[in-house]
Design a protein around this ligand. Structure first.
Ligand SMILES: NC(=O)C1=CN([C@@H]2O[C@H](COP(=O)(O)OP(=O)(O)OC[C@H]3O[C@@H](n4cnc5c(N)ncnc54)[C@H](OP(=O)(O)O)[C@@H]3O)[C@@H](O)[C@H]2O)C=CC1
Ligand SMILES: CC(=O)C(=O)O
Ligand SMILES: [Mg+2]
Length: 588
């Protein structure tokens, strides 16, 4: 508000110079302005009438009541029927199901999010098992790959190297002030799809929609950010529709300085209690960023820590099915990056806490294979720092099957980002060595899964306990139906985030991740075990998240890291009551 709209003299209209607005004439002159004339972007500040319908936060579409239509100048702007939110939901689900191509469903859902936010979240919450694979893995992976082509409206903040020195100003351009969670990526390791540069934006957008749908964080408190420092993806650099900077990635000091400016600006703009979730950074930056900022900011790396917490939860739950403690197991990972070493470290910590053995000892139960083979002591000097704790004494082993045969793991975990690496030979060897082999193919999206659910059940003759990062349909084998579980960090981060926010946490600690794992594991029932599941179904995820949040908050208070005082007596109730509901509000 404030500035007066430019009024164009009449001669200009009659002048036969073509206007570009497409209309005949308007009071502000925008329609009749030529391309080289300036126009004023003019908005009213009170959402009513047409602008109310165009505001996704307040729009209710056909659900505006007659009274609301009358009071808010909507009469005539909508057809006469008034539909309830439930009917709108049924209609939209019916429409969505007409699309056979997952990406079309994704685009339809993104359109809905931009048009009617509450309806979008109602759909997502009420149909979580059906829609999670659309807004999240696997479809979000394809969406990121094609983001340039399907891009319609920015859904988050883009901070590119062009904004160096003025990141704080860019943050201030975001329309919402009360930000509580930021998910940020630099797009270098998007799922198992590699460097997608600026097009990685689909990931923070998707993760934050789950913060709201699964964890009850208000959408207006969520901020997706993509840091664009370039891309090394040749295909994108040569793509005319690419939306990011067309230059190779900044590295070294230039990268570190830019990220530092970002982290300082975040704290300056939003304070100490804003949660920053690092997502899908390449491991050569991810570990350093986490360790650099975990003592000064409320930061959390989902790929390292969230994944660790969700896998540990599954392993804790599986103890009941397998009749073994964690310390009784031998673990083998394919992939020794963020997810692999992050999970390994949390398992070692948990065993250490349970048995009292030093962590250096408990690590010895855990083995990792990377692209060069088994990680062993003779390779130590050449290993990245996050692999070094796992370089145990052993002769070199070149590949996974060699490692399975040599180590005889009871648990096999895939975090390689490479599909079909759990071959028939590998899975059969697991089944030979174990009555009930525990196999987790965590890599995303589905195309990168180390094996499919069907392969895991068939090759182990139905004996595997199987989980995967992206969902698989139930499998029929020998007349029995097997339900594969989804081992994905989305079980953890929404509840963890809610717990941190509701306690006013100022730092994240491993004990909070352990608390989240215990809380998730505690929700796996006998019935789930009987179905071969080590994770509860997503249908009850909001209650699961509330329980995780309460446990995380309790731990935060116990550690003296909570600033929201006094502590609520019943943290589960507090978590439940803090959760955003997408049900429409009535307007006065
Ligand atoms: N289910 C879930 O919740 C999550 C799943 N993930 C998935 O895990 C995967 C890996 O992610 P992240 O750990 O961050 O990735 P990183 O890049 O950090 O690590 C990948 C690791 O896999 C190794 N690797 C790559 N190719 C092979 C191969 N052919 N044989 C053996 N090892 C190989 C790499 O070896 P080297 O070091 O030698 O290059 C590296 O150690 C991704 O697909 C991601 O989507 C990640 C987070 C959460
Ligand atoms: C799930 C997830 O965070 C990933 O695959 O990167
Ligand atoms: Mg990730």
């Amino acid at each position: 508000m404030g500035s007066t709209p430019t009024e164009l003299p009449c001669e200009d209209v009659a002048d036969n110079r073509s206007g570009v607005g497409g209309g005949i004439s308007d009071v502000y002159g925008e329609d009749s302005a030529t391309l080289d004339q300036l126009v004023t972007p003019w908005v009213t500040s009170v959402a009513s009438g047409y602008s109310l319908m165009r505001d996704p936060r307040y729009n209710k579409g056909l659900a505006f009541t007659d009274k609301e239509r009358d009071a808010h100048y909507l009469t005539g702007l909508l057809p006469p029927v008034v539909l309830s939110q439930d009917v709108q939901e049924r209609k939209l689900m019916h429409n969505l199901r007409q699309y056979t191509v997952p990406l079309q469903r994704y685009m339809a859902l993104m359109d809905l999010q931009e048009r009617n936010e509450r309806l979008f979240y109602k759909l997502l919450i009420d149909n979580v098992e059906e829609l999670l694979p659309v807004v999240y893995t696997p479809t979000v992976g394809e969406a990121c790959q094609k983001y340039g082509s399907i891009f319609r409206k920015p859904q988050g903040l883009y901070i590119s190297l062009k904004e160096k020195g003025k990141i704080l100003e860019v943050l201030k351009n975001w329309p919402q002030r009360g930000i509580q969670v930021i998910v940020v990526t630099d797009g270098e390791r998007i799922l198992g799809l590699g460097d997608l540069g600026c097009q990685g934006m689909g990931i923070p957008v998707g993760k934050l929609s789950l913060y709201t749908a699964l964890g009850g964080i208000r959408p207006s408190a969520c901020l997706p950010i993509t840091i664009d420092v370039g891309t090394n993806n040749e295909k994108l650099l040569n793509d005319e529709f690419y939306i990011g900077l067309k230059q190779r990635r900044a590295t070294g000091q230039e990268y570190a300085d830019f990220l530092h400016e970002f982290m300082c600006a975040v704290k300056q703009n939003y304070g100490e209690k804003v949660l920053v979730q690092f997502e899908d950074f390449a491991n050569h930056n991810a570990f350093d960023l986490l360790s650099k900022y975990s003592s000064s900011h409320l930061v959390f790396n989902d790929d390292i820590q969230g994944t660790a917490s969700v896998v540990l939860a599954g392993l804790i739950a599986a103890q009941k099915v397998l009749g073994k403690t964690l310390a009784d197991h031998t673990f083998l990972f394919l992939g020794a990056g963020e997810a692999g070493t992050g999970i390994a470290e949390l398992i070692a910590l948990k065993i250490s806490k349970e048995t009292g053995a030093p962590i250096d000892e408990t690590r010895k139960k855990i083995w990792l294979v990377d692209s060069k083979g088994l990680i062993v002591s003779s390779r130590k000097e050449s290993l990245q720092h996050f692999k070094q704790p796992w370089a145990h004494e052993h002769e070199p082993v070149k590949n996974l099957i060699g490692a399975v045969n040599a180590i005889k793991p009871t648990v096999l975990i895939g975090t390689s980002g490479v599909g079909q690496t759990f071959t028939k030979e590998v899975v059969e060897a697991m089944a030979t060595n174990n009555e009930k082999p525990l196999i987790l193919a965590l890599s995303n999206p589905t195309s990168q899964a180390e094996c499919t659910a069907e392969q895991a059940y068939t090759w182990t003759k139905g004996r595997a306990i199987f989980g995967s990062g992206s969902p698989f349909d139930p499998v029929e084998y020998n007349g029995k139906t097997y339900l594969p579980g989804q081992a994905n960090n989305c079980y953890i981060f929404p509840g963890l985030g809610l717990g941190l926010i509701m306690s006013g946490a100022i730092r994240v600690r491993d004990d909070m991740l352990l608390a989240a794992s215990e809380a998730l594991a505690a929700q796996v029932t006998e019935e789930h075990f009987a179905n071969g599941l080590i994770y509860p179904p997503f249908s009850n995820i909001r209650q699961i998240s509330a329980n995780i949040a309460a446990s995380v908050a309790a731990k935060t208070y116990d550690l003296g890291l909570a600033s929201n005082l006094p502590r609520a007596k019943d943290l589960v109730k507090f978590a439940e009551s803090s959760m955003y509901s997408p049900v429409y509000r009535n307007y006065r």
